[in-house]
Design a protein around this ligand. Structure first.
Ligand SMILES: [Zn+2]
Length: 151
């Protein structure tokens, strides 16, 4: 187990709660208003997102989300894939790594004006906070992640 913590914003009162990752599975509640947090996925693998599940899996995620917009024919996306797997393992419980197939889910891709592949979208508290295009190295993606994970 890890002694890492994660900041989770309460949907009821807006308070930010710092919770040990090791306790995320114990149905934590907001320290101020005692509202239970929604179930928090601590999966160590990327989650496949569709137009139908995007709102729930990304916008309503208590954890920050890194979403990869990709397509089967995109060779750069293939190169990025093992890096995303690696990030999902490294930041399990602190970050959700999601993947959106843009050919099968055009509504979400259009909503965020995804023009080139791969495109990485960074979400926190239901808002798009950063966009990065191209098959970036792991260290560069982590530079985008730091502000999401630490504030
Ligand atoms: Zn609260």
């Amino acid at each position: 187990m890890t002694d890492e913590t994660v900041l989770i914003r309460c949907r009821n009162c807006g308070a930010r709660n710092r919770i040990p990752v090791a306790r995320l599975q114990e149905n934590p509640r907001c320290g101020r208003c005692k509202t239970p947090f929604p179930a928090i996925s601590v999966t160590s693998r990327p989650v496949m997102v569709t137009d139908a599940t995007f709102a729930r899996d990304v916008l309503e995620s208590p954890l920050p989300v890194l979403m990869d917009c990709w397509a089967t024919w995109c060779s750069y996306c293939g190169a990025l894939s093992p890096i995303l797997d690696d990030l999902a393992r490294t930041y399990a419980g602190r970050l959700k790594v999601a993947k959106l197939n843009v050919d099968q889910n055009p509504a979400t891709a259009n909503r965020y004006s995804v023009m080139s592949l791969p495109t990485l979208l960074f979400f926190r508290d239901g808002k798009l906070v950063e966009t990065a295009a191209g098959a970036l190295p792991k260290a560069e993606i982590e530079r985008y992640l730091y502000p999401l994970l630490n504030h």
